[in-house]
Design a protein around this ligand. Structure first.
Ligand code: SF4
Ligand code: SF4
Length: 454
């Protein structure tokens, strides 16, 4: 039995004039104004949604379009939370549930290099002391430890990587699993109180926002630490010259603004751009950027209709991002979110897109004079992840929906205790062949046409 909680809903019905501007301006829905007005009424009344709950990409933009600051995005999350109690989560969501067998972190152990495992084990076993400045590596950076592993940047921190902190609930919040996020917030508070640290830096801006704002404002759970994002930290250290940039990169780049970057008045947009300029990058903006930025595709999974369609809905949206990025003529697409990076790299490989793709941390490291295993490490990881998604998708076709009841994992069955997963290994082995990659790309495009629900 799952009980609903007493959260403080962030949607301000008292401020909403039902003008429909939010869904009319939405870059995904673009509903005619009258239709948009009807849809907001339906959502407020809890009636069956015709558009938003089935097509929203969780991009956050409607909150910025609303002239009354009523937070329509949080109304969508509330209605998805209601839906959760009716239909659970799709079986494919096992992928991102660290407490379920067969999640991505567990399956990825099959492919991690020895060096990557060493980094991760150190981060997972670190016990912060009161004077330590903690860097939360988080679930997504865990998938790409080479982005930051071995860098001088880590010498400033005690890096901690706890997969069952679920990035503070950031990606579940985006899917509207609000009551589960509340449980996660309580669990993370216990961890933080044990550590007795006063400063926590999150690798993702989304995670900083969740801990600092969502937990306290919407869930009434107050942490006693101060939170900042790695991006802010990098900018401060570069400006104070504590981090020395040894060279200018002379690259033209375009910037992917992730969905969470739109919170707090878009405070993350400029710091990422300032860092890029300091590293010698010239920025060419995409048609949709900052407040209008399109999602990397992940959000399409939140408004799922059929389990079978989820990967194809996600890729369908990710393609739009690459089309816009390629149209700029920039040499590289830059993301400052590792959550987006793993999907963007998988999408890039499936599209065989020629535009380079970096995380902001990698740009800083190159400017610092550090060497990267680029693009080999990313290409390999992208196909590891494509193999895992394929495997999970096949397995999920035979499984029912479920409810997320377990927040903390059993250490004995934690991320490093994995089975042999022969089918997964075979799928990944097939992707070592260029011909198989080519055929799979074609197959994926056919399946997008057949199965996507967008
Ligand atoms: S949430 Fe804002 S933009 Fe949307 S209908 Fe209400 S007042 Fe208008
Ligand atoms: S979150 Fe983005 S996609 Fe969803 S309704 Fe708002 S603007 Fe549209």
């Amino acid at each position: 039995m799952i009980l609903k909680s007493e959260r403080t809903p962030a949607f301000r019905e008292d401020l909403c004039t039902k003008c429909g501007i939010c869904f009319n301006k939405c870059p995904v829905l673009e509903l005619p104004l009258e239709e948009a007005k009807e849809e907001i009424n339906r959502l407020i009344e809890g009636d069956k949604s015709r558009f938003v709950l089935w097509r929203c990409n969780t991009c956050f933009s409607c909150n910025l379009y609303c002239p009354e600051n009523a937070n329509p995005y949080q109304l969508i999350l509330e209605r998805w939370n209601d839906l959760y109690y009716k239909r659970g989560v799709p079986p494919l969501y096992t992928f991102v549930c660290p407490t379920r067998e067969g999640n991505i972190w567990q399956l990825l152990n099959v492919f991690l290099s020895t060096q990557e495992k060493r980094w991760i084990l150190t981060w997972m076993n670190n016990q912060p002391k009161s004077k330590d400045e903690v860097l939360l590596i988080g679930n997504y950076t865990h998938l790409f430890p080479f982005i930051i592993g071995g860098s001088k940047i880590l010498e400033y921190f005690k890096p901690v990587d706890l997969i069952d902190q679920w990035e503070g609930g950031a990606y579940l919040y985006q899917g509207g699993y609000l009551d589960v996020v509340e449980k996660i917030a309580r669990r993370t508070k216990k961890d933080f109180d044990k550590w007795e640290t006063s400063k926590i830096v999150a690798a993702l801006d989304a995670v900083q926002y969740i801990f600092q704002d969502v937990h306290s404002r919407e869930l009434n759970i107050k942490h006693s630490q101060s939170f900042s994002s790695l991006q802010q930290w990098l900018l401060e250290k570069i400006e104070s010259k504590e981090l020395q940039l040894e060279k200018q990169l002379h690259m033209t780049v375009t910037v992917h603004d992730n969905c969470y970057s739109k919170v707090l008045g878009g405070k993350y947009w400029e710091s990422a751009r300032t860092i890029l300029k300091k590293c010698g990058c010239k920025i060419i903006e995409m048609e949709h950027h900052k407040k209008d930025s399109l999602c990397c595709g992940f959000g399409a999974g939140a408004s799922w209709i059929r389990n079978i369609s989820i990967p194809f809905d996600i890729l369908h949206e990710g393609i739009k991002k690459f089309q816009e990025a390629e149209r700029t003529g920039a040499k590289a697409l830059i993301s400052y979110c590792t959550g987006c990076i793993y999907l963007l790299w998988a999408t890039k490989e499936l599209l065989n897109s020629k535009i380079e793709l970096f995380h902001l941390i990698e740009i800083v490291r190159m400017a610092m004079g550090e060497s990267l295993d680029y693009p080999s490490a990313h290409k390999k990881r992208a196909w590891d992840i494509i193999a895992i998604i394929t495997y999970e998708w096949l397995v999920s076709l035979f499984k029912p929906s479920f409810f997320i009841t377990k927040i903390t994992f059993d250490q004995k069955r934690s991320t490093f205790y994995t089975k042999n997963h022969y089918l997964l290994r075979i799928i990944r082995m097939l992707f070592n062949s260029s011909l198989m990659k080519k055929l799979y790309r074609k197959l994926f495009m056919i399946l997008i046409k057949m199965l996507n629900t967008r």
